[in-house]
Design a protein around this ligand. Structure first.
Ligand code: NAD
Ligand code: UDP
Length: 319
């Protein structure tokens, strides 16, 4: 039975990945400081004999006693709202945390995968964004704590691949959504869905003409697994859904899908908010045979149902 370590394993994507890996027959060790993640996300697997949760901050060295075969490095806050609140924590997690995760992989001779982001492309001036695009990032802007530390994590991974024999690979994740996003996470999907379900206005930043492409979490997790299990040492691959839409179109879709009568409340566009984002996924198709399968309608249906349930549980708790 192969053993996989997942840093950030109690987070949104990490918890889905842990479940998927258990389903594939792996022994799974999730490591998380529960900063933006939660034990609730892993409550369905906590009693699984093949699963272990370790509360640990990856900014400190990782010591895993049993033999490890795969290290998935997902630990990092990812919401732009947190870029203002926890910039240094984010930078140290993606730099020192990645360094510690790489070293854990090297110590065990394990394969390593790090979760980078479409944010490495910054506010891109080419679209869709291929992996060969070097990006357009403001190194001193309010998002730089995330963008630049993710870029550092990529550079660090490649340095270890080139000079220390690490069997490492990098994925650049584009906007991903699904059940278990935090209600108050601040990203567009939790904001719009909770606002629509509560009948409050949807907060569209700017005029809503900026674009994003939304990938459902099960598609992403399948891509992550394929990336880890393919001979792609030293490769960088985009994982995301190429269906691009404006944020305003997305707001209208959420209003329609929730059956809400919410209005739209235009707010200022945050500084350096990327104006367009769409993955070029040709490389993922060629190398991994991967492409998304879950359409927006289907993905939103289960996401909205999950948010509805979480909101009513939260209300009950307050009573
Ligand atoms: P998330 O906040 O739900 O998950 C991140 C997890 O990492 C949380 O459980 C958090 O507690 C944990 N964590 C953070 N700092 C840590 C530290 N120092 N030590 C230990 N654990 C720590 O966010 P997510 O959306 O699931 O993101 C997971 C990964 O995917 C992140 O690396 C993120 O940058 C990347 N990513 C996500 C998206 C997306 O659209 N969701 C897009 C691009 C990249
Ligand atoms: N956004 C918005 N209203 C919100 C939250 C986000 O209009 O309440 C916009 C945001 O400005 C960005 C897009 O939605 O253009 C996606 O934002 P998110 O925070 O989800 O992630 P990003 O893609 O910026 O990392």
């Amino acid at each position: 039975m192969p053993t996989s370590v997942v840093t950030g394993g109690a987070g949104f994507i990490g918890s889905h990945l842990c479940e998927y890996l258990l389903g594939k027959g792996d022994r799974v060790i999730a490591i998380d400081n529960l900063g933006s993640g939660s034990k609730d996300n892993i409550k369905g697997i906590l009693n699984n004999a093949s699963f272990t949760f370790i509360k640990h901050d990856v900014r400190k060295p990782l010591k895993v006693r049993e033999k490890v075969d795969y290290v998935y490095n997902l630990a990092s806050r990812a919401s732009p709202v947190d870029f203002d609140r926890y910039p240094v924590e984010i930078m140290m997690t993606n730099s020192v945390g990645t360094y510690n995760a790489v070293n854990a992989a090297l110590e065990h001779g394990a394969r390593f995968l790090t979760a980078s982001t479409s944010e490495t492309y910054g506010d891109p001036d080419v679209s869709p964004q291929p992996e060969t695009y070097w990006g357009h990032v403001n190194p001193v802007g309010p998002r730089s704590c995330y963008d630049e530390s993710k870029r550092f994590s990529e550079a660090l991974t490649m340095a270890f691949v080139r000079h220390q024999g690490l069997d490492g690979r990098i994925i650049r994740i584009f906007n991903t959504y699904g059940p278990r996003m935090r209600l108050d996470d601040g990203r567009v999907v939790p904001n719009f869905v909770t606002q629509a379900l509560a009948g409050r206005p949807l907060t569209v930043y700017g005029d809503g003409s900026q674009t994003r492409s939304f990938c459902y979490v099960s598609d992403l997790v399948r891509g992550i697994y394929l990336m880890m299990h393919s001979p792609v040492k030293g490769q960088v691959v985009n994982l995301g859904n190429p269906r691009e839409m404006t944020v305003l179109e997305f707001a209208r879709t959420i209003i329609e899908k929730t059956g809400s009568s919410s209005a739209i409340d235009y707010r200022p566009l945050p500084e350096n908010d990327p104006l367009q984002r769409r993955p070029d996924i040709r490389k993922a198709k060629e190398l991994l045979g991967w492409e998304p399968e879950v359409g927006l309608d289907e993905g939103l249906e289960s996401t909205i149902a999950w948010f509805k349930d979480s909101m009513s549980k939260k209300k009950e708790k307050k009573r």
